[in-house]
Design a protein around this ligand. Structure first.
Ligand code: CP
Length: 320
């Protein structure tokens, strides 16, 4: 593939008009096309003049019912870079507070002429509902604890661009597995791309079905989980869950599960450090490792713009 030739299909399946609810219905070949297209978009983002005219005339709507910094801003920047119009629905400033339902809200927004939706909602399955109500392609920007596929794609890209492949890589994901949509989408995507994934966390934050459903290894001892890892991802400790008594105290959690220069000695010497953000420094990760040379945490944010440009380009039928 070169910069003038991003394919519009993968193994006979067209990207145009597709939904991205999660990575389970995107094949390894589809993901590979997204990675290659992201690489091209990243080059575009390095130019002095970063804008492409390719999606001129298309309208993208961001429907965010939950807070976001990275995902919302990077999707809006991605649409802008490709010259699409962007309509932002902000739950706090909307008529939801006057009792309007999700269905009526979506019908109302759709009457304005939207070509593609990006939704974040606490309800798992909300992207499918928006697709059902509108018939337009929908990208899932996080639906409750279920899935966050664009985050997984940017995580996979951040590793792939450094290593050239995920085949045979040992990737360890540490933290609050139970409440993480990031880990679920990453497990599906990373496994499809050939990685061996180990997940690690306290047993109260580790659903019993993970090994069987996702084909990953489960560890409760951090040092064992990190042994010989090529890449390590910390997950946000969802502090709002503390009241549920799922772990005794943050101090105790940190003692056992914090990623630090000390614990990272068990991983490979130059293992990549990832975190989807937002980070709780001092809880799941210490600054000595979050800000280290091994860390690609800010690179993940940079890559988030490029991966979302690639997805909008493919799904809305952009041409280079
Ligand atoms: N990683 C992630 O989804 O971050 P935001 O909540 O800031 O979008």
């Amino acid at each position: 593939m070169n910069s003038t030739n991003i394919p519009s299909h993968s193994h006979g399946k067209d990207f145009v008009g597709r939904n991205l609810f999660d990575l389970d219905d995107w094949s390894a070949e589809d993901i590979q096309v997204v990675l290659e297209a992201t690489k091209i978009m990243k080059e575009v983002n390095k130019r002095d003049y970063k804008k492409l005219p390719t999606l001129r005339g298309k309208t993208v709507c961001t429907l965010f019912f939950e807070n976001s910094t990275r995902t919302l801003m990077s999707f809006e920047l991605a649409a802008d870079r490709l010259s699409a119009d962007i309509v932002r629905f902000s739950a706090n400033a909307s008529s939801l507070h006057k009792g309007e339902s999700l269905q009526d809200t979506v019908y109302t927004v759709d009457a304005m002429g939207i070509d593609l939706y990006i939704i974040r909602h606490s309800y798992p399955g909300s992207p499918q509902l928006v697709n059902k109500y509108t018939g337009k392609p929908v990208l899932n920007a996080g639906d409750g604890p279920h899935a966050h596929p664009t985050q997984a794609l940017l995580d996979i890209f951040s590793i792939w661009e450094r290593t050239g492949t995920l085949k045979g890589l040992k990737i360890t994901i540490v933290g609050d597995i139970a409440h993480s949509r990031v880990v679920r989408s990453n497990l599906i995507g990373m496994k499809k791309m050939g990685a061996e994934v180990t997940i690690c966390g306290p047993s109260t934050l580790m659903p019993g079905y993970m090994e069987e459903v996702y084909g990953c290894k489960v560890e409760h001892d951090l040092k064992t989980a990190l042994k010989d890892a090529d890449a390590v991802m910390g997950l946000r400790m969802q502090l709002e869950r503390q009241s549920e008594g799922l772990f005794p105290s943050l101090e105790e959690y940190s003692k056992l599960f914090t990623l630090s220069s000390e614990t990272m000695k068990y991983a490979k010497k130059d293992a990549l450090i990832l975190h989807p953000g937002p980070m709780n420094r001092g809880v799941e990760i210490l600054p000595d490792i979050a800000d280290s040379k091994q860390s690609v945490i800010l690179e993940q944010v940079t890559n988030g713009v490029a991966v979302r440009m690639a997805l909008l380009f493919l799904i809305l039928g952009g041409k280079m």
